[in-house]
Design a protein around this ligand. Structure first.
Ligand code: ADP
Ligand code: ASP
Ligand code: MG
Length: 472
């Protein structure tokens, strides 16, 4: 029998109605004769609120932190209550939710006394979101006649100890998945797990980084050699631009692994950037689907995507970036200089997104972060340094820009009214990126979208939805 890993994001489990829809979608797959493993995020906004509670406690605001926790307790209790009618199951779940919130409150009180929030404690606090949502969803499935079982992801997803952005250890995950999931799958049960959360080899809770539930889904899919990895979210699939920025964005029906990875890395929030890796390794297709519109076929991400008549498939934007300019006449005709610069970024574990060099200067872009003053201080030992925040990177992605002439001219003509600070093309041959002021990002995306998606190829883009919207 074929196995599908189904990951449901925060909006797909945000309230009883959403969890009901999620259960119906899973029941539908089972009715098709498939086996399923389900991975769920925390209920929508819960991770942000847990982080806010942690920050409040660490700042000494014990009352504020506990008030956030109390509101979250009510929301989870009410959701469970609305979903589970069987009185014994319902009572057991309420006890479990209370136990979890009691221990969370204890941690918050402790934090308000020590006043120091370490990455390790932060991971422990946010883990409650997925630990509780996955329990509620598993119970809701059982209530709806889906034979499901809760599995603690921390027993399966084993990582290194980089709290807040831990790296998975594939070999252990494969063994653990077989040990903890296969017996249930063989017995026809649906394991329900929390995404995002993991543990290191010593069993201490870690997380895979924000948006990391997609990554959990892909890791499980890879470990079990699933037939498909389904990412269920609140939009119809990967769109030609973020539909919140560009309301006439079109659904991309099919896209390559390489294109999707590039889009995710450069800011398309619909997919966590690491999701594609486990899928590529085992050539497992990834589908991005809408839990509010389950009949829509979504986006299929696969090794090969068909060529289309437009050069680009989608436009992504990454905000909150900083440009660092390093200027030194010493660079002229010398070697080893770039190495010295990158050694400093490496020392501060700061990834660089884009690089551009001239005779005597190097410009780099990085995520704005609190290490920038330290990085600048180190760089200033080598050269003059300036840095400027509030920048955005716009990234246009498509297999069909390879070898096409005149594309750059069209791109920059479409945004001729916007000041471009840095340009990059060529690193991957499938993306063209440039840096602009953050405040210009939306306007740039809309102008580029209007210029490049006027006559979308029906083989790759959902033009029917566009037509329907126009006639409506
Ligand atoms: P989930 O909670 O299901 O993981 P996310 O909020 O992480 O969902 O991702 C879905 C959101 O990604 C959409 O609501 C949309 O606003 C945003 N998004 C950004 N770029 C794109 C894109 N190219 N296609 C689709 N959605 C996008
Ligand atoms: N709940 C986590 C977050 O909000 C992980 C996820 O939803 O993918 O970042
Ligand atoms: Mg997400």
């Amino acid at each position: 029998m074929s196995l599908v890993v189904m990951k449901f994001g925060g909006t797909s489990v945000e309230d009883p109605a959403a969890i009901g829809r999620t259960a119906a979608i899973v029941a539908g797959r089972i009715a098709q004769g498939k086996q399923a493993v389900v991975v769920v995020s925390a209920m929508s906004k819960v991770t942000d609120l847990l982080l806010r509670a942690a920050a409040a406690a660490a700042a000494g605001d014990r009352t504020g932190a506990l008030a956030i926790s109390a509101r979250l307790r009510c929301r989870h209790r009410d959701t469970a209550c609305a979903l589970i009618k069987d009185s014994a199951d319902s009572a057991a779940l309420q006890v479990l939710i209370d136990q979890k919130f009691d221990s969370l409150d204890e941690i918050l009180r402790g934090l308000a006394a020590i006043l120091e929030l370490t990455p390790r404690i932060s991971d422990l606090i946010v883990s409650y979101g997925e630990r509780i949502s996955s329990r509620i969803v598993a119970a809701a499935f059982r209530e709806r006649q889906i034979d499901s079982v809760h599995v603690d992801s921390r027993d399966v997803i084993v990582t290194d100890s980089q709290f807040q952005k831990a790296a998975p250890i594939d070999t252990i995950i494969e063994k653990r998945a077989q040990e903890h999931l296969n017996p249930h799958i063989s017995a026809g049960r649906v394991p329900v797990m929390g995404g995002f959360i993991a543990s290191n080899e010593a069993g201490i809770t870690t997380t895979l980084g924000r948006g990391g539930s997609d990554f959990t889904g892909a890791l499980i899919g890879g470990a079990l050699s699933a037939e498909a990895i389904e990412i269920w979210t609140d939009v119809d699939g990967i769109m030609t631009a973020d539909p919140r920025v560009c309301p006439d964005a079109l659904r991309v029906k099919i896209i390559s692994f390489e294109e999707a990875a590039e889009l995710a890395y450069f800011g398309a929030k619909v997919l966590h950037p690491a999701t594609i890796l486990p899928a590529v390794k085992k050539n497992i297709p990834v589908l991005v689907l809408n839990s509010r519109n389950a009949t829509c076929e979504g986006t299929r991400i696969a090794s090969l995507a068909p060529h289309c008549n437009s050069p680009f498939k989608s436009i992504a934007v990454k905000k909150k970036l900083t440009i660092i300019d390093v200027v030194a006449s010493r660079m002229l005709m010398s070697h080893g200089y770039l190495k010295e610069i990158f050694t400093i970024f490496d020392k501060h574990q700061c990834p660089v997104d884009m690089v551009s060099t001239s005779e005597v200067s190097v410009s780099l872009t990085v995520d704005s972060n609190d290490k920038l003053p330290l990085i600048a201080a180190d760089l200033s030992k080598l050269a003059d340094v300036k840095y400027e925040g509030k920048k955005a990177l716009v990234c246009m992605v498509g297999e069909d820009i390879r070898g096409q002439s005149g594309i750059a001219a069209q791109v920059f003509a479409a945004i001729r009214h916007i000041n471009v600070r840095m340009i990059s093309q060529g690193a991957s041959e499938i993306n063209m990126s440039f840096m602009i002021e953050e405040e210009d990002a939306e306007e740039a995306v809309r102008s580029l979208h209007a210029a490049f998606f006027q006559n979308p190829d029906p083989l790759v883009f959902d033009v029917e939805a566009k037509k329907a919207a126009v006639s409506f």
